[in-house]
Design a protein. Structure first.
Length: 190
């Protein structure tokens, strides 16, 4: 029971104090679950991030669910998921009652401008950590470089291209290289 409460409180803290959605939460989830609590390893965090990004639903919720499942099974997954969702839900519910008046308050409007900057920094922090920990083989560097350039060009020219297309293309390249290497190894064995 203590572990379930710990999961719930840990992810409640992450859900309460991280603004900007799942990508902004990744850095805090990694710091908490990998470095402080040691519930998962850095490699598992990288794998969780990839899987959470490519499955339906918000990335932070998917990460929390996986960590909870790994730590305490289905009950842990439920505790972690509720922990990360509940604070945001309650805050948005409270703000929705007073939204019109809330945005007219000068300090609140300025706080949200500051939060936008902080969210950008948290997302960059998560990306830099993942890049540092990724395998630096030529294929990974190639896919990272092409994806980064593609996203930059898409944003600069305001093109309407889903990031899902980039993810599928990257997965296709990776799978193609894997199949090519596997086929080549089989031919060498013969």
């Amino acid at each position: 029971m203590r572990a379930l409460i710990d999961l719930f409180l840990t992810f409640s803290k992450i859900g309460t104090f991280t603004f900007g959605g799942g990508y902004a939460m990744l850095s805090l989830i990694e710091r908490t679950c990998v470095e402080k609590k040691r519930w998962i390893t850095h490699d598992e965090m990288m794998q969780i991030t990839v899987i959470a990004e490519s499955t339906p639903g918000p990335i932070a919720i998917n990460c929390a669910t996986y960590v909870g499942l790994k730590k305490k099974g289905t009950a842990g997954a439920l505790a972690a998921t509720l922990g990360v969702i509940l604070p945001s839900f309650l805050i948005i519910l409270l703000i929705s009652f007073y939204l019109d008046r809330f945005l007219e308050i000068e300090w609140a409007a300025n706080a949200f401008r500051g939060i936008k900057i902080a969210v950008g920094i948290l997302i960059i922090d998560a990306a830099v950590k993942m890049i540092r920990k990724m395998k630096k083989d030529p294929l990974s560097v190639f896919i990272l470089s092409i994806s980064f350039l593609s996203v930059m060009l898409i944003n600069v020219f305001a093109l309407r291209v889903s990031t899902i297309v980039l993810m599928l293309a990257s997965a296709g390249i990776g799978l193609g290289v894997y199949l090519f290497k596997r086929r080549k190894e089989k031919e060498e064995r013969k």
